[in-house]
Design a protein around this ligand. Structure first.
Ligand code: F6P
Length: 325
């Protein structure tokens, strides 16, 4: 059972355009438009739910957009706990271009006051306590996944409170956050960090954008060895890396032409968390979930058996890395 926390949820409005690029004209007419419940933790929960796994999503909701978001979660029969907040839940926009490129515009999100944050933390504690008391086996909470940006008014120290809550309930904590929140999650002792290459570089104060795989792998191993967490680094078309500090795996698949890349990282993380198993098994499932999300116009869509599941390879590259030293 995975409990997700999304401090900055959204409605995702996705427009598909027939044009391969923006710029030639100022007005674009979409060929289709969809509105979906979203935000990174919400997407992790939706992926798990659609793949038949148990999950609870905890999130703040506000205004008409927040009501719509909660209705969409209820329609999916996704277990969720909401904390009402004064502002409107944001709307994020995705533009799917005819070339396969996705352009995202994310709103800053609605401000949370300290009382809102306290109530949200209280809700997380309630969900973890309730599940811990009533469930056993696969329904016992195994991970608290804290995902996405921090909205205005929320300090990175919230990560420490969430990691402590998870550990206080004997639950592991994974953080898919960026910037100062990622540093705070690391300092607080999160068990697994799930940055992309760019975010890992920002954590270390180095530029890993478009860096060779070996440099990103060394950076990840360095963090795991020095600070203790496992790292799952998503690299878009280059696949992903996982390290526990002693070994490092690289997973990838054949080149694909994406339809919608928004949410692929969330689906990837959901695949990793979904079922216990070896790191190799988790990596293969994570890539299958992430890649099938890319091939669907929907934000997340694990879609077993889709083209996204084909041709995935997972290689232990520890020796290669050591030999390169
Ligand atoms: O919290 P952030 O970083 O703004 O990200 C939220 C966005 O990320 C996604 O989960 C994935 O791109 C979107 O669906 C969502 O709109």
């Amino acid at each position: 059972m995975i409990v997700t926390v999304t401090l900055n949820p959204s409605l995702d409005l996705t427009y598909a355009l027939s044009e391969p690029a923006l710029g030639a004209v100022d007005v674009h007419r979409a060929v289709s438009a969809t509105v979906e419940a979203s935000g990174k933790g919400v997407n992790v929960s939706l992926t798990l739910r659609r793949a038949g796994h148990n999950t609870v999503a905890v999130l703040p909701v506000g205004g008409a957009t927040g009501r719509h978001l909660a209705e969409l979660l209820a329609a999916e029969q996704l277990a969720h706990a909401t904390v009402p907040v004064p502002g409107d839940t944001r709307i994020n926009t995705s533009l799917l271009l005819g070339s396969g490129r996705t352009i995202k515009v994310n709103g800053p999100g609605t401000e949370l006051r300290s009382g809102d944050v306290d109530r949200l933390l209280g809700e997380v504690a309630t969900v973890l306590s309730r599940l811990g008391r009533s469930a056993s086996g696969p329904d016992e909470p195994s991970w608290l996944a804290v995902c996405g940006s921090l909205p205005p008014g929320v300090a990175p120290t919230v990560m420490g409170a969430l990691v402590d809550l998870a550990h206080g309930h004997a639950v592991r904590c994974v953080a898919d956050v960026s910037g100062p929140a990622l540093g705070a999650a690391l300092a607080a002792g999160a068990d697994l960090l799930a940055p992309n290459g760019l975010e890992l570089g920002q954590l270390l104060g180095v530029d890993l954008h478009a860096a060779p795989l070996v440099d990103i792998a060394r950076a990840a191993v360095g963090v795991a060895r020095a600070e203790g967490p496992e790292l799952l680094v998503s690299l878009g078309a280059d696949g992903a890396l996982f390290t526990d500090g002693s070994s490092i795996l690289h997973g990838s698949g054949p080149v694909l032409v994406p339809v919608n890349t928004a949410g692929a990282g969330d689906a990837f993380l959901a695949g990793w968390l979904a079922v216990p198993g070896t790191s190799e098994e988790r990596m293969a499932r994570a890539l299958a979930f992430g890649r099938s999300a890319c091939l669907s116009p929907h934000t997340v869509d694990p879609h077993p058996g889709s083209q996204g599941w084909d041709g995935i390879t997972v290689t232990n590259v520890t020796q290669q890395l050591e030999e390169g030293n």
